[in-house]
Write a protein that binds this ligand. Structure first.
Ligand SMILES: Cc1ncc(COP(=O)(O)O)c(C=O)c1O
Length: 392
């Protein structure tokens, strides 16, 4: 079936963090939200229909994960990512971030060093500091409009005694899909030093047409044994409110340790609707995802053309994945706080400001383009008018 991503769905009064928290967070209900990472699109119809059927049943007691749930994940990984995983490798978690936080606490000790690659999804650093571990930064390089890994710095940092490396693949917010070569180089460095890799691959389905995602743990048996892969249908099918994720852990010892933490906290229970959504999205959501990604790529093209034409001092860092676009506004000559104030107070648009992803993000902002094109245009017009008034 053909989905209509142009449809503007009213999200106010749906307890949406993105829309209903705007007034509280940014002080003005008229602000257009283009910040937190969810989409303004309806999920695939087979998911919605399965919810309706289950809701009609009316009994919502404790729920198990059936074989069909595991089969759906196994088949999805094999079909979309050419990664052949086993049922026993799949461990449930009520979200990727809760899992990462538990992994840090269970697989390292106080004051241990945990490496991240800023600018990067800021809850990584929060999870590290909140658990009393040390953040070690291996900042990404930004040259000629493209981000890459600084391998010399990485080697040096790993040699300083890093315990865990949180890899973001594809990378939020810079939109890189790490290549097989980059991942292999990185993987060999981590293997040599016995570093546990948490490969956060939550954005793995949101890949642009000229790029290919490589699941980090698919590189080799040895690498897989030192890796915990974080996946979830939440970003792929706009299901973040269902708090359902899957950690894929090929190494039996790591797996048992991970499972124990969740069991110890009585968090191994399943969200009834999360399980239905996962199963139906992976079984029947592929056509929706393909159409959605096409729409997002077209949005990105629209955004790039619009900025080139009307606000050429703001540059798009060309994404290879995700609906989160990293914008470089340094040519405007406005500091980060003034840009943020201008966007919120004058343009009335909310982004995720670059500096929250690490100091390397200063001068950049992250725009969520998973919305109908008319809303994207509205946000861009607001930016253009605010910047014109400001003589920027
Ligand atoms: C890289 C990355 N990891 C994790 C998350 C959050 O995942 P969850 O909601 O399952 O905790 C996000 C959400 O934007 C993300 O971008």
């Amino acid at each position: 079936m053909q989905y209509n991503f142009d449809e503007k769905i009213e999200r106010y009064h749906s307890a949406s963090e993105k829309w209903d928290a705007v007034e509280n967070l940014f002080g003005n209900p008229e602000i257009l939200p283009m910040w937190v990472a969810d989409m303004d699109f309806r999920s695939p119809l087979p998911v919605i229909n399965a919810f309706k059927e289950r809701a009609e049943h009316g009994v919502f007691g404790y729920t198990i994960r059936s074989d069909s749930y595991y089969d759906a994940i196994i088949n999805w990984m094999s079909r979309r990512h050419h990664w052949h995983i086993k049922k026993e490798w799949i461990c449930y978690s009520p979200g990727v971030m809760p899992a990462i936080s538990f992994i840090i606490r269970s697989f390292s000790n106080l004051d241990d060093k945990i490496l991240i690659q800023p600018p990067v999804y800021y809850p990584f650093a929060q999870a590290i500091t909140k658990s009393g571990r040390k953040v070690i930064n291996n900042p990404l390089r930004y040259e000629n409009g493209k981000y890459s890994i600084d391998f010399d710095d990485l080697r040096e940092k790993l040699d300083s005694g890093v315990k865990i490396f949180i890899l973001c693949n594809p990378h939020n917010p810079v939109g890189r899909v790490w290549t097989k070569e980059e991942l292999t180089k990185l993987g060999e460095m981590c293997l040599e030093r016995n570093v546990l890799v948490i490969a956060d691959e939550i954005h793995h389905d949101l890949i642009y047409k000229d790029f290919n995602h490589t699941p980090y743990a698919s590189l080799s048996h040895e690498i897989a044994q030192h890796t915990i892969v974080c996946t979830s249908p939440s970003k792929s099918f706009n299901l973040a409110g269902l708090q359902t994720a899957n950690m894929i852990i090929p190494n039996p010892e790591l797996r048992e340790q991970f499972k124990k933490i969740l069991e110890d906290h009585f968090l191994d229970f399943t969200n009834t609707f999360g399980v239905i959504a996962t199963e139906k999205a992976y079984q029947f959501g592929e056509a929706w995802l393909d159409q959605c990604m096409k729409y997002i790529e077209e949005n990105c093209y629209f955004l790039t053309s619009y900025l080139n034409q009307h606000i050429p001092k703001i540059k798009v860092v060309k994404p290879e994945a995700t609906y989160l676009v990293w914008l470089d506004f340094r040519e405007l000559g406005i500091d980060a706080k003034s840009f943020e104030k201008l966007m919120l107070e004058k343009a009335k648009v909310a982004f995720h400001e670059g500096y929250i992803f690490g100091q390397e993000g200063e001068g950049f902002t992250r725009m969520n383009i998973a919305c109908p094109r008319a809303l994207l245009e509205e946000g861009l017009n607001r930016m253009k008018n605010a910047l014109q008034d400001n003589h920027a």
